[in-house]
Ligand binder design. Structure first.
Ligand code: ADP
Ligand code: MG
Length: 249
């Protein structure tokens, strides 16, 4: 069940979250107690230098990794009324495949699959090997709609290698949307693109934002890109140190 669709209520609340990586015996503390609230349908950008922990935070929010377990009962990540940080593996899998769409800097498309198949992959994972057959028609037609909306309908039989960077990122965005997530997480989606192509990807995100109930969290280290969002937060030394109100206009 998706959280209530109320623009004022938070869809996501991150409280006092810490993350430390362990490399052998060496501990690398990255997040030192992050607090963040994202409201329904908000578009927020997380700004921060390379290595500041932006991707780490996105992975935690998206249920791709878990924060430190430590004796702080107030630490949590909550989505709607569900505590992500208390979920077992199967609930977390379900959260990832039904509520969240992930877009990465380097697209992470599967080179041996064509564009249409790449977009459908998220649904194959969601429904599983035996369940997908029953959903396939509907999924493919949604995938075609998304690709059409992103100007790629004549490319569906192409492989990722035959597409430009901007086109690949549009495919990756379509893939992230195939399961109709409420929350789109985009980790430096324009980081690998020239400014003009990057702007066109932001146009796609802005349009998505306008037309649906999507909440978006986007990471960048580029202030110009950050300014397209409703709200910009800054990650410095593993903490959110600044929340700037409405830089979008
Ligand atoms: P950003 O996305 O802001 O560039 P990251 O979240 O990727 O930063 O990384 C933050 C820090 O954590 C960096 O110092 C990075 O080297 C380290 N780090 C990231 N992932 C791992 C990992 N799996 N194991 C060990 N260290 C990691
Ligand atoms: Mg990163």
């Amino acid at each position: 069940m998706s959280p209530q669709n109320n623009t004022q209520s938070p869809i996501l609340t991150v409280k006092r979250v810490r993350k430390t990586y362990k490399l052998g015996r060496v501990k690398v503390p990255v997040l030192h107690g992050v607090d963040l609230t994202v409201r329904h349908k908000e578009w927020i950008t997380i700004l921060g230098a390379s290595g500041s922990g932006k991707s780490t935070l996105m992975h935690l929010i998206g249920g791709l990794d878990r924060p430190d377990v430590y004796p702080d009962e107030l630490a949590s990540i909550v989505y709607g009324d569900r505590v992500i940080t208390d979920m077992g593996a199967s609930a977390l899998n379900q959260y990832r495949s039904t509520e969240v769409g992930f877009v990465f800097q380097f697209y992470h498309l599967l080179p041996e699959l064509d564009i249409l198949q790449n977009v459908c992959v998220g649904s194959m994972i969601r429904y599983g090997r035996f369940g997908y057959g029953g959903h396939r028609k509907g999924v493919e037609s949604r995938a075609k709609e998304l690709l059409d909306r992103f100007g790629l309908s004549d490319r569906i039989k192409h492989r990722p290698a035959e597409l430009s960077g901007g086109e690949r990122q549009r495919v990756a965005i379509a893939r992230a949307l195939i399961n109709e997530p409420a929350l789109l997480l985009a980790d430096e989606p324009t980081g690998n693109l020239d400014l003009k192509t990057g702007e066109s990807i932001l146009d796609v995100l802005a349009e998505l934002r306008q037309s649906g109930g999507l909440t978006m969290v986007m990471v960048t280290h580029d202030e110009r890109i950050a300014a397209r969002a409703d709200r910009v937060i800054r990650l410095i030394d593993g903490r959110v140190v600044e929340e700037t109100a409405d830089l979008s206009e």
